[in-house]
Structure formats: structure tokens, C-alpha cells
Design a binder for this molecule. Structure first.
Ligand code: G1P
Length: 298
């Protein structure tokens, strides 16, 4: 188990249609919606790169050209900023282009998250890799991905991230039944269910959008039947690996207690922006007193 190479690849599924944000996402990918001053996807790519995953594969679809453009150089804009001597904005522009080695592959049919991950098979090869879902932002001050990578290196199987949610909210997530592992700060996953009803949920532990997976998941995804919502679910493939035996089987989980922001629907997207803007060095100090005054008027 210790002989495997260091994990260097991250897969970011970004082929979703963004229907919850229509009409804003009619001609623009939802991953490009700004969270304060950076598109949501930039936070996710930065998180991967900070955890040492400098090879990033984005699974995109139609109308996603803006994603590629965002992570590409814009010589005319850079030249313009250089001529103006605007070093600060030049630094911000370079932030998105100096991030790792970004590759793109298109998911031809939106057949679900499991199918999107399967599109990464060729690029990933036979090594463990991470998957980061673009709707979930993890605060850069809180550690998650590198802990999960360490657990994968120790256990050899796949690793998911779980977070406690209010029991009535569990049906928006994959849900896990877990048991403790002696002398360790991760748990063993016994069973996974994608978006169970509140009554059938085995716990209030929700799957959040970070995974470190053994490549055996590809074999499983190749025969995973469409599940919830008639989509090929990653959760179903991981349930099969949790119950399997032998090389690459087993699923463990890190329980995350830090700050996670969900940008996947309108309300939580706005909450994410406000939460991050309060700490923003340029506007935080002015936003906070304004927010307090504004709250008084409600
Ligand atoms: C996906 C997964 C789900 C997980 C969630 C986390 O669902 O299928 O298991 O809990 O991401 O954000 P989605 O939100 O894409 O419907």
C-alpha cells in the first residue's frame, strides 16, 4: 500500500447545465458565476493545486468555452495592465493562469456524476486521484483534501468527505452509515445511499463534494446502472466498492467540521458570497457595518 505513487491528479466535473441559475447561465457556465471577485471554479482549482494536485482535468460540456478562456493567458490585457503600471490587477489576472496544468475533456451526454468521473479514466490511468465538485467551496483556512489524501495513502481504498447536516436536509445529499476505526480520526463507510428520504436515511452524515478515489472505481462505473434521477451515480459505485473485497476496495471517510460554502443554489450562493465578502481584505471592513445597518431595516 505504501508503494503507490504520490497523488497528483484532480478531476473537476463541470458539465452541469446550471438550470438553477437560469437565465444567468443561459450563455455562461455556472462555474463562472463570481463569488466576490473570482469565478467559483477558480477557488476549486486553487484548492486542488494547494493540496499538491497540479494536474487538473476538467470534465466540461457544450457552452463551457469561458472556462478554458479563464485559465488561459490574455496577452493584450496583460500588456495593457503593464503599460498602466497596474501591478495589483496584473497579479490578479496571473492568479488564474499560473495554476497547475489544466486539461479538458468533454462529457458528451449529461448522464450523471458517475458518468462524468468515468470520462476521466483515460487521463487518470491506474493511480488514485481526487474529485472536487465545483458547487462546494471549502474555506482555504480549513484543511480537508490533504487529510483525505493521507487517509487514502494509509487505507489504500477510496476516501470520501462527510459533514453532519440537520436530519431534515439529508435528502439533498449522499448519506453514509459509518463505524469508528480504532485509534484513527477517520471512519469506515459501511453503506452509502444517494439522496435517501428523511425516514430511510441511515444517518445525518452527508457526502460533500470531495473524493479521493482508487482507480478501481472506473471498473465499477463501467457497469453502474442509472440510479437516482435516472443518472449514473458516483455514490452507487462507491457503495459497491464499500462492500467489495480485494485490491482497491473499501471506503473510508473524513468527517469535515470546517467551513463549507454551497454555491449550487441561489440562496446558499448568496450566503457564500456574503460570508466570504465579510473577510475580504478590500471590502470586508466596509461591508460589515453596512450589513448590520441593513439588517436593522428588515
Ligand atoms: C452530488 C452527489 C451527492 C453529494 C453532493 C454534494 O449531488 O451525487 O452524493 O452529496 O453532490 O454536493 P448533486 O449536488 O450534484 O446533486
Amino acid at each position: 500500500m505504501t508503494s503507490q505513487k504520490k497523488i497528483t491528479k484532480a478531476v473537476i466535473p463541470a458539465a452541469g447545465l446550471g438550470t438553477r441559475f437560469l437565465p444567468a447561465t443561459k450563455a455562461m457556465p455556472k462555474e463562472m458565476l463570481p463569488v466576490v471577485d473570482r469565478p467559483a471554479i477558480q477557488y476549486v482549482v486553487s484548492e486542488a493545486v494547494s493540496a499538491g494536485l497540479s494536474d487538473v482535468l476538467m470534465i466540461t460540456g457544450r457552452s463551457k468555452r469561458a472556462l478554458e478562456d479563464h485559465f488561459d493567458r490574455v496577452p493584450a490585457l496583460e500588456q495593457n495592465l503593464i503599460e498602466k503600471g497596474d501591478e495589483e490587477r496584473l497579479r490578479l489576472v496571473h492568479e488564474a493562469t499560473g495554476l497547475g496544468d489544466i486539461h479538458y475533456v468533454r462529457q458528451q451526454d449529461p448522464k450523471g456524476l458517475g458518468h462524468a468521473v468515468l470520462c476521466a479514466k483515460q487521463h487518470v490511468g491506474n493511480q488514485p486521484f481526487a474529485v472536487l465538485l465545483g458547487d462546494d467551496l471549502i474555506d482555504e483556512r480549513d484543511e480537508l483534501l490533504s487529510t483525505m489524501i493521507a487517509v487514502q495513502e494509509q487505507t489504500g481504498g477510496s476516501v470520501i468527505a462527510l459533514m453532519e447536516v440537520e436530519p431534515e436536509n439529508i435528502s439533498a445529499y449522499g448519506c453514509a452509515d459509518v463505524s469508528d476505526v480504532e485509534d484513527s480520526d477517520y471512519v469506515k463507510v459501511n453503506r452509502l445511499v444517494e439522496k435517501p428520504s428523511v425516514e430511510d436515511a441511515p444517518s445525518n452524515l452527508a457526502v460533500i463534494g470531495r473524493y479521493v478515489l482508487h482507480p478501481r472505481v472506473f471498473e465499477v462505473l463501467e457497469h453502474t446502472e442509472p440510479g437516482r434521477g435516472n443518472e449514473i451515480q458516483l455514490t452507487d459505485a462507491l457503495q459497491e466498492l464499500a462492500a467489495a473485497e480485494g485490491e482497491g476496495s473499501g471506503v473510508h471517510a473524513v468527517i469535515f467540521r470546517g467551513r463549507r460554502y454551497d454555491t449550487g443554489d441561489k440562496l446558499s450562493y448568496l450566503q457564500a458570497i456574503i460570508t466570504l465578502a465579510i473577510d475580504h481584505e478590500e471590502i470586508g471592513e466596509r461591508l460589515t457595518p453596512w450589513l448590520k445597518d441593513f439588517a436593522q431595516t428588515l
